[in-house]
Design a protein around this ligand. Structure first.
Ligand code: COA
Ligand code: AMP
Length: 624
């Protein structure tokens, strides 16, 4: 069937479409309704059905003859380690660790926070939670104690799983002090924890509430998979919104398994047994979906890479991994390719390796500039596919569906709406815009399986954030165009979310961090264009009148504050001291105009501005 035919069917007859996709999985109890619209605008997929994601990701393949196939390859240039786990081996480790969790009193519906580096134990912990029906919430290792604490408070976990350290290039980052601080801030200093003692920083003194991973495993008995309702949460993943309070995106078990498995064949065009590598981090949605769940649900070999695109040891690292493990499909963020290009623009390192196994490169996480796309195409000589999605969707909303039909690539566009997503572009009054005009990108409800049904513990915020703006539509938060041929062009965010190296950050959280400094009276953070990371935060601060502080020292202190409150990934490129911030007469900070000035773009002085002279001061302070 052509893409158009399948797409039409997915919208006109979604129940038949997704029931067909769901048949590829094992269900311990069949669903009663594929799509339950009884509580619209809240929808449920596979209502009444029961399954277990860990069973479908591991045990199903062991029973089906893939037990001896590599399931997970851990490749860690930062520790000079490599280890392959077959499906049988991974299933056994997961079953045992699930037993360890159960022994600690963790059961169905309990939350478990996972704050871990890119080590196999992290994947094992995620799958072990899934095995017993516990809900994991992985927190990215680059977030500081305060961010971790916010997530602990919101998720209310029964246990936290972590490690002695992470490794960033050549630096060892101790996790335990950070963990202790987060637990103290969260008001749960005695929360039970299981910690992996890594040889790079062995655990010597243990908190009385902690067990090492080895101790937990030694005492445990393997346990079987526990069936859960298709609508039960598999995990919660926090993502940045407009405020400093992150949103707990809930992932429904059944829809997630169905959609991800479907995506492997139809979007990524990979088959069971293929080697799939998502060079991301398990702390992000890409890592959840395409390092852990989708490749395993589809019977592929997945790669867990603890390293960077450059510097571990050089810009040839990706090509070395592709050659060594015969990678068929690579998925990463455009930033990674910009970093590689900067160090090896002629591809000299690339030519040292045989990457003939690679069939396709997929890019997502941020807008892919045409220059980077063309460079990657030229170097790799394989299709380079930009695709668009977000934490909330959990899988691609727009893509070139390589397994259905290879559509022509238009650089700068993530191609077309994926089956299941009825993408529209609306003006601010909710009217559908003609093709070619820029507006709010929305998805007509219902969203397809796997997408968020709610926010953890906050259905009202889910409604307010996503469903209330335009009745009957999901608000993506992105603005863009659908062109005459139905290609989507994602141009910008409509809110104060910025995207740094494919990492989504809230300017609100950064502003809250800056405000904690005693010298700061008021501040604003914007995202400015950056040749490597796509965007970088830039802070503007207005000082208290009595603040007497050297400007260089202040800037250093403020950057340090952001690093320690939000995390090093959010460090602003610079801090600019100004006497006033540009505001509308009603007091709203004109971030969009500030951004245009900082990016050296033309701008119109907004009619609502309180005092246009402030814009001249901003321009001057930026040295423009
Ligand atoms: N734990 C602790 N610290 C972390 C971390 C983690 N998991 N991840 C990043 N950091 C730290 C880095 O060490 C760095 O600290 P520093 O300022 O003290 O050096 C800071 O956060 C910024 O990190 P990063 O954004 O990774 O920038 P970088 O300059 O170290 O590396 C790139 C630049 C391009 C190599 C890197 O951004 C990259 O690999 N990008 C790919 C993006 C990606 O995969 N995104 C996933 C979404 S699909
Ligand atoms: P996250 O939830 O962290 O994955 O971030 C999702 C956001 O990143 C989207 O809403 C977009 O703003 C941006 N994004 C992700 N992929 C793309 C893409 N291919 N093109 C443009 N923007 C993208």
């Amino acid at each position: 069937m052509s893409y158009q035919e399948l797409y039409r069917e997915s919208l006109e007859n979604p129940e038949a479409f997704w029931a067909r996709a769901a048949a590829g999985l094992d269900w311990s109890k069949p669903w009663q309704k594929v799509l339950d619209s009884g509580d619209a605008p809240y929808y449920e997929w596979f209502h009444g059905g029961e399954l277990n994601t860990c069973h479908n990701a591991l045990d199903r393949h062991c029973a089906g003859g893939r037990g001896a196939q590599a399931a997970l390859i851990y490749d860690s240039p930062v520790t000079s380690q490599q280890k392959t786990f077959t499906y049988d081996e991974l299933r056994d480790l997961v079953a045992r660790f699930a037993g360890a969790l159960a022994q600690q009193g963790v059961g169905k519906g309990d939350r478990v926070i996972i704050y871990m580096p890119m080590i196999p134990e992290a994947v094992i912990a995620m799958l072990a939670c899934a095995r017993i029906g516990a809900i994991h919430s992985v927190v990215f290792g680059g977030f500081a104690a305060r961010e971790l604490a916010t997530r602990i408070v919101d998720a209310g976990p029964k246990m936290i799983i972590s490690a002695s350290c992470g490794i960033e290039g050549k630096r060892v980052i101790p996790y335990v002090p950070l963990l202790e601080e987060a637990l103290t801030i969260a008001g749960v200093p005695e929360l039970p924890r299981i910690l992996v003692s890594r040889p790079q920083l062995p655990l010597v003194e243990m908190d009385p509430n902690a067990l090492t991973w080895a101790q937990a495993m030694e005492r445990a008995e393997p346990v079987d998979c526990v069936p859960v309702a298709a609508t039960d949460p598999l995990y919660i993943l926090y993502t940045s919104g407009t405020t400093g309070q992150p949103k707990g995106v809930v992932r429904p078990t059944g829809g997630h398994a169905v959609a991800l498995k479907w995506s492997m064949e139809n979007i990524y065009n990979v088959s069971p047994g293929d080697v799939y590598w998502a060079a991301s981090d398990i702390g992000w949605v890409v890592g959840h979906s395409y390092i852990v769940y989708a490749p395993l649900l589809h019977g592929c070999t997945t790669i867990l890479y603890e390293g960077k695109p450059i510097g571990t040891p050089d810009a040839g690292a990706f090509w070395r991994v592709i050659e060594q493990h015969s990678v068929n499909c690579l998925f990463t963020a455009p930033t990674a390719f910009r970093a590689i290009r900067r160090e090896d623009s002629d591809g000299e390192l690339l030519h040292k390796y045989d990457i003939s196994s690679l069939k396709t490169l997929f890019l997502a996480g941020e807008r892919c500039d045409p220059d980077t796309l063309h460079w990657a195409e030229k170097q790799l000589e394989v299709p380079v596919i930009d695709h668009w999605w977000q934490t909330e969707s959990g899988w691609a909303m727009a893509a070139n569906p390589m397994g259905i039909e290879r559509l022509p690539v238009k650089a700068g566009s993530p191609t077309v709406a994926v089956p299941g997503y009825d993408i529209r572009v609306l003006d601010d009054e909710g009217r559908e815009l003609p093709r070619g005009e820029t507006g709010n990108i929305v998805v007509k409800l219902p969203l397809p399986p796997g997408t968020l049904p709610t926010l953890w513990g906050n259905r009202q915020r889910y409604f307010d954030t996503y469903l209330s703006r335009f009745e009957g539509y999901y608000l993506t938060g992105d603005a863009g165009i659908l062109d005459e041929a139905g290609y989507l062009w994602v141009m910008s965010r409509i809110d104060d979310v910025i995207n740094v190296a494919g990492h989504r950050l809230s300017t609100g959280a950064l502003e809250e961090a800056l405000s904690t400094h005693g010298a700061v009276a008021e501040c604003a953070v914007i995202g400015v264009e950056d040749a490597l990371k796509g965007e970088m935060p830039l802070g503007f601060v207005v000082l208290n009148t009595n603040a007497q502080i050297d400007e260089a020292q202040l800037k250093a202190e403020l950057i340090k504050t952001v690093r320690s409150v939000v995390g090093p990934i959010a460090a602003p490129r610079d801090i600019v001291v100004v006497t006033r911030l540009p505001k509308t007469r009603s007091g709203k900070i004109l971030r969009g105009t500030m951004r245009k000035i900082a990016d050296g773009k033309e701008y119109k002085v907004p009619a609502t501005i309180e005092d246009p002279a402030v814009l001249d001061e901003i321009t001057e302070a930026l040295g423009l």
